[in-house]
Design a protein around this ligand. Structure first.
Ligand SMILES: Nc1ncnc2c1ncn2[C@@H]1O[C@H](COP(=O)(O)OP(=O)(O)OP(=O)(O)O)[C@@H](O)[C@H]1O
Ligand SMILES: [Mg+2]
Length: 317
């Protein structure tokens, strides 16, 4: 990569994450209507998949700028203060026409439920995205396609314009509307360098019943598809002159705490290693270590630079 370009630009979602800890599966039953339930703990963090990528990437030593949209309200001010205190570069749009997004998150067994309201991300407008400037970066990471509703019809224009000017990674996240827009996503993939779905996303987007079929379809459109499989690891398919090579990366064994943010950590790790020109296998291993380390923590894992991750890999070897 050319070294005098700033490294990475992120287009994505940013919101307040309110995590409620200490409620189990029984919380989901209607007998609880009208009851008051005591929690073990709560935490309030600035999150959103796009911003998590920024936060984690920064902690690995990447140089990142990003845009997203927040409201001119209490949580918007909180986010701005948070970014300022931590000196996190950004080109956030603040508007009094939207409310800053909030996600209430509660873990249930080894899974979780998210309740999200995010009129900020939903209303990020193409006129507010500095597409012309992004070509001066080495890489664009585009996160949470389905949540950035107003940008959806312009995503392909953005990718088309940037193709061959910068590399692009893409993580759609889940579609709360459960529609998945197969044709739109496949068209966008033709201009994407690295596609990073999880299992549910890959199956739903391609309308496949198994990951082999899903990978087959996705890799017809995108030269590098990296599929995240949670505690089962990850698998990548790379296409070169129509020949497809598949690499499976088993998961690192860890003491599991929480699976939130694993995908964002994995993405940041993958892009970090990919931009350094490491092999696909090395990038997958590095990304898996980031996802695994994240899974050992409640809330965000605080990566202390890339050394932290290489040390973890070394200990496991
Ligand atoms: N329990 C685990 N043990 C080991 N590695 C894990 C575990 N959970 C996740 N990982 C690693 O992290 C990667 C990404 O996790 P996952 O598949 O949950 O992503 P995701 O569903 O996109 O997550 P997110 O909720 O952040 O969007 C996995 O492919 C794996 O390498
Ligand atoms: Mg994900």
């Amino acid at each position: 990569m050319s070294s005098n370009k700033p490294e990475i630009f992120v287009i994505g979602d940013i919101n307040i994450d309110l995590s409620l800890k200490g409620i189990g599966r029984e919380f989901c039953f209607s007998e609880n209507l009208g009851r008051e339930i005591n929690l073990d703990d709560v935490s309030l963090e600035v999150g959103g998949s796009g911003f998590n990528f920024v936060k984690i990437g920064n902690s690995m030593g990447l140089d990142i700028n990003f845009t997203g949209k927040i409201g001119d309200d209490f949580f918007g001010d909180y986010i701005n203060g948070y970014l300022k205190r931590r000196k996190i570069k950004n080109r956030l749009i603040k508007s009094n026409k939207v409310k800053t997004g909030i996600t209430v998150l509660f873990p249930v067994d080894k899974d979780r439920i998210y309740l999200t309201y995010n009129s900020g991300s939903k209303n990020l407008d193409i006129k507010e995205v500095p597409v012309e400037d992004i070509k001066n970066y080495n890489h664009l990471h585009y996160s949470s396609y389905y949540l950035l509703e107003k940008l959806q019809e312009h995503t392909i224009e953005i990718f088309k314009y940037l193709k061959n000017k910068t590399t692009i990674s893409f993580d759609t996240g889940i579609d709360p509307k459960n529609e998945w827009q197969k044709d739109n996503i496949l068209s966008i993939l033709e201009y994407t360098d690295v596609f990073l779905p999880n299992r549910a996303e890959a199956l739903n987007i391609t309308k496949s019943n198994n990951i082999e079929d899903a990978l087959d379809v996705l890799s017809d459109y995108c030269d590098l598809v990296v599929l995240k499989l949670g505690s089962e690891g990850s698998v990548a398919v790379q296409k070169n002159n129509k020949k497809k090579k598949k690499i499976f990366m088993p998961p690192f064994e860890i003491e599991f705490r929480d699976n939130s943010c694993c995908g964002d950590s994995f993405n940041a790790g993958f892009v970090y290693s990919y931009l350094r020109g490491e092999t696909l296998e090395e990038s997958l291993k590095f990304a898996s270590a980031c996802g695994a380390l994240q899974a050992t923590k409640l809330g965000n894992y605080n990566f202390k630079g890339k050394k932290d991750i290489y040390n973890f890999i070394e200990r496991r070897n």
